[in-house]
Design a protein around this ligand. Structure first.
Ligand code: SF4
Ligand code: SF4
Length: 459
């Protein structure tokens, strides 16, 4: 049995640090007119032909409202997805729309106060989950537009302080939650000493470069342990590099494309240096979209394959290289939005669960239609978004309870953090498990990680 703290214990240890984030945010004072100028420049810089079409094509059908978990659980009209873009639509119409001369006569220019008000709409109440984009009959990609709206507010110094604190840390020191190279080495040494697991750190060449996360390093080394157990069991040629290990990309969360591209570039450089044919991403959903399509940031194809851990595990199972012990129970799998709806990784995690003998019970909306956990897009960091998250949590738990499953499994640390945090507050006591940790606990005899998996009652 492992002595490492459980995810639930570790989360309680992280609460204090998360509460201090607002104090750690760098100041972003600037005159109001400067805020407006910066936001306008960045937003208009992102408007090409496709976005201009989006701005012009809404037929006000209202379908997107019903798709959004924040609207469904409030239901406050200000959380209607397309409304979250209204300020930016006004900017577009006044600055570049075909009737800009008319709009300039009849609409007011955007003000710094309005930008500040919109912070809640594009950060707190939009996880960029893409559910509304999927359902819009006009094909308007609202989630991507919100991403650019976030970028405009970020340029205007209006990213919420919790997110700004971590984004500044990553842009400056390339660390997240203080997870430095030294801290990674410490965790690797601890896992060797306490758990007896060899992690091939800093190999010069390797076929698979694994990217972990500040969340796993600082809070949940069980995630790193489980990944190492499975990879060592499979006998693959892999490494974790202390000069490029972080998969989290806060540029993708703030909409700051420069930071997004810079962090992605650093990871690409490390992968090229070790000659990796595959970059394997740990359980943190947004990391998949942040790197998988980074070729669009650099205008050249990535020289390696990007695989998410649930996708990798599923392929290994499907192709017969990974066999797991089958003593499972009944589970519901929560698809992280970025790997599921955006990335199309649905069958692979379910194949892993089935290989463990788990009966997967789908909630009333699942696969592409799955609701976000409520904390994606870094919403889980925002203290003032707690009641919005709680509403979504109730919706999710209601769906989950109706399946009658014994446990909830997911493949994203921040989805898990969101569920476990809310469960601790509400007293809900069913397990919220990580897919890779569950798989590691079901390796053939003698190779599990010592973590005792839950069992179907009566087994
Ligand atoms: S679903 Fe699309 S067309 Fe309908 S209101 Fe929303 S953005 Fe407009
Ligand atoms: S992307 Fe998701 S959270 Fe954002 S408005 Fe659309 S449905 Fe709501």
């Amino acid at each position: 049995m492992s002595n490492l703290p459980t995810f639930e214990e570790a989360l309680q240890g992280m609460q204090g640090m998360m509460e201090k984030l607002p104090e750690m945010a760098p100041p972003t004072d600037m005159p109001p007119e400067e805020r407006v100028r910066r936001a306008t420049d960045v937003f208009m810089g992102s408007v090409g032909a496709r976005f201009a079409t989006y701005m012009e094509s809404c037929i006000h059908c209202g379908h997107c409202a019903q798709a959004c978990h924040y609207y469904r659980t409030t239901p406050d009209p200000k959380y209607t997805p397309i409304h979250k873009l209204e300020l930016f639509r006004r900017t577009y119409r006044r600055e570049a729309g075909p009737f800009r001369w008319l709009y300039k006569l009849f609409t007011k220019p955007v003000t710094a106060d309005e930008l500040e008000q919109w912070q809640e709409l594009v950060f707190d109440s939009c996880s960029m989950c893409g559910r509304c984009s999927m359902i819009c009959p006009m094909g308007i990609d609202i989630a991507t537009m919100v991403h650019h709206a976030r970028g405009a507010l970020d340029a205007a110094g209006l990213t919420p302080p919790e997110i700004r604190a971590i984004a500044a840390e990553q842009a400056g020191q390339d660390t997240v939650f203080g997870a430095s190279a030294d801290k990674l080495r410490e965790v690797v040494a601890m896992l060797k000493e306490e758990e007896g697991i060899e992690i091939p750190l800093d190999r010069d060449r390797a076929d698979i470069l694994v990217l972990t996360s500040g969340l796993d390093i600082m809070m949940n080394p069980r995630g790193i342990l489980a990944t190492a157990k499975v990879l060592n069991h499979l006998g693959v040629d892999w490494t974790l590099r202390s000069d490029g290990f972080e998969s989290i990309n806060f540029g993708a969360q703030t909409g700051n494309e420069e930071v997004h591209a810079d962090i992605a570039r650093r990871r690409i450089d490390t992968a090229v240096k070790v000659g990796a044919s595959t970059v394997l991403l740990c359980e943190c959903g947004h990391t998949y979209t942040a790197l998988r399509w980074a070729e669009f940031l650099q205008d050249e194809p990535l020289p390696f394959k990007v695989m998410y851990i649930s996708e990798f595990l599923g392929r290994e199972v499907q192709e017969g290289r990974l066999e797991l012990t089958a003593d499972g129970g009944t589970v519901t799998f929560h698809d992280p939005c970025k790997t599921g709806r955006v990335g199309g990784i649905f069958e692979e995690p379910r194949a892993v669960l089935e290989a463990m003998g788990d009966e997967v019970r789908e909630p009333s909306t699942h696969h592409q239609a799955n609701y976000c956990c409520g904390g994606g897009g870094a919403v889980f960091l925002l203290q003032r978004a707690a009641s919005l998250r709680a509403g979504v949590y109730r919706l999710k738990m209601d769906q989950f309870e109706r399946t009658g499953a014994d446990a909830l499994v997911t493949a994203c640390g921040s989805c898990r953090l969101n569920f476990v945090g809310a469960a601790q507050m509400s007293g809900w006591n069913k397990p919220v498990e990580s897919l890779v940790e569950r798989a590691a606990a079901h390796l053939p005899a003698g190779e599990g990680d010592g973590h005792e998996p839950w069992r179907r009652p009566g087994k």
